[in-house]
Design a protein around this ligand. Structure first.
Ligand SMILES: Nc1ncnc2c1ncn2[C@@H]1O[C@H](COP(=O)(O)OP(=O)(O)O)[C@@H](O)[C@H]1O
Ligand SMILES: [Mg+2]
Length: 391
């Protein structure tokens, strides 16, 4: 080893020292240096000076407990209130156990007696290290919260985009396909009436039937894209959905509603409708159920829709499937109107409940994102998607 070279390189730190006694301050400086800390140490002894100093960055704050007109605990409170995550060590002539405990509870990293300053440098290094870990964790937590928030916003944005796109396609199907088919139907009916021979009339009627079929298909597609039936109210729309579900799947389906009509904020009916749609689709796809019930109720200012099946149940692993977005999407959709989804399941069946408080300010999200353009629809055309913006 070369002569004169210190065995360990000194650690450079900016230290703030709250201490009214010059000698004690000098002692602290010496002990830090002895412990391998090259401290740029700044002494203060009033609250005003502390407030001023907290505008700067410090690696460590040391504070006496007894200061004239001020205390180490008040200083600690001030430091923590400033939001600075700087390590804080209480160094005092006499410090009772109760005060030490209170200091640690209030966020001090350590406490030392002035008679035991040999412990100061190691305690300082330990406090700085612990603090660094705490800051890193704090930053990681913040980043995680931010990224979760961004993901949630993205999911909601996607849901809204999908609804908007569906509405636009439905409008095109209605205006272009539906309009043309109606015109063809009128022409074919005219030709059938004026057909010169029964043979031609028969062929025209066949063509008319095919066009009718295509017209029905276009209405069905429009409906799936954007449920115009919601115009008639949530309860009739979901009742109609459950009837169709029972016919299509053969699963015994019960429908109950506490009210005939619901006075719902805009945006809520579509979220509720999509909830029931996804829950029933899951029952037919996954549950192996023989019975399902759909209950709509409004009580205590909360709308709830409950879908219960008697199938095989689902597990947390099912919900965590990487490529399954149905139920995740329901949570996101519910949030857009200030609601939430609860799931309970066991081997006897599964229940999904959507709850939406109706007095909250957060309604109409989807609706705001779905401005409908075009002329107002004729009152007599329930399928016209340009009317559906009010859903
Ligand atoms: N009613 C149900 N009964 C049993 N299992 C279900 C039910 N609903 C959902 N699951 C399970 O939960 C998983 C996730 O559902 P979901 O998020 O809707 O995605 P997906 O239907 O696209 O798979 C399903 O793959 C299925 O295993
Ligand atoms: Mg699904």
């Amino acid at each position: 080893m070369e002569a004169g070279k210190p065995s360990q390189p000194a650690v450079k730190l900016r230290v703030l020292h709250l201490e009214d006694n010059e000698e004690d301050h000098a002692l602290v400086s010496i002990h830090l240096l002895r412990g391998g800390i090259d401290a740029d140490i700044h002494r203060i002894d009033t609250e005003e000076a502390l407030i001023e100093a907290l505008y700067e960055d410090w690696d460590l704050i040391l504070s006496d407990y007894n200061l004239p007109g001020y205390s180490g605990l008040a200083a600690l409170e001030r430091v923590r209130a400033s939001g600075q995550l700087v390590p804080f060590i209480l160094v005092s002539g006499e410090i009772g156990e109760d005060i030490a405990v209170q200091a640690m509870r209030n966020g001090a990293n350590d406490y030392l007696l002035k008679s035991n300053l040999a412990r100061l440098a190691p305690a300082a290094m330990l406090a700085i290290e612990a603090n660094r870990t705490r800051i890193e964790k704090h930053k990681a937590d913040l980043a995680l919260t931010k990224s979760r928030q961004q993901l949630r916003e993205l999911a909601q944005h996607l849901q809204a985009s999908i609804e908007r796109e569906r509405a636009a396609i439905a409008r095109e199907v209605h205006d272009d396909v539906g309009g043309s088919l109606t015109a063809v139907k009128l022409d074919l009916a005219w030709i059938a009436r004026h057909a010169p021979t029964p043979h031609i009339a028969e062929r025209v009627n066949q063509a008319l039937e095919t066009v009718n079929h295509a017209h029905e298909a276009s209405q069905r597609i429009m409906h799936n894209l954007r449920p115009a039936i919601l115009e008639q109210g949530l309860a009739p729309a979901i009742h109609w959905m459950t009837d169709r579900f029972a016919k299509r799947t053969g699963i015994e389906t019960a429908f109950r509603t506490s009210h005939e009509t619901y006075d719902l904020p805009s945006g809520v009916p579509l979220v509720a409708y999509r909830f029931a749609q996804e829950a029933l689709t899951n029952v037919s796809k996954h549950a192996q159920a023989t019975k399902v019930s759909v209950d709509i109720a409004q009580a205590g200012g909360v709308l709830s829709i409950e879908v219960t099946d008697n199938g095989k149940g689902l597990s947390p692993d099912d919900l965590a499937k990487a490529r399954s977005f149905g139920i995740r999407g329901l949570h996101e959709r519910a949030e857009t109107v200030g609601g939430w989804v609860d799931i309970s399941s066991n081997p006897e069946g599964t229940t999904l409940i959507l709850s939406v408080p109706l007095s909250g300010p957060e309604n109409g999200f989807i609706d705001q994102l779905l401005p409908m353009s075009g002329e107002p629809a004729a009152e007599t055309d329930p399928d016209d998607p340009t009317k559906w913006g009010t859903i």
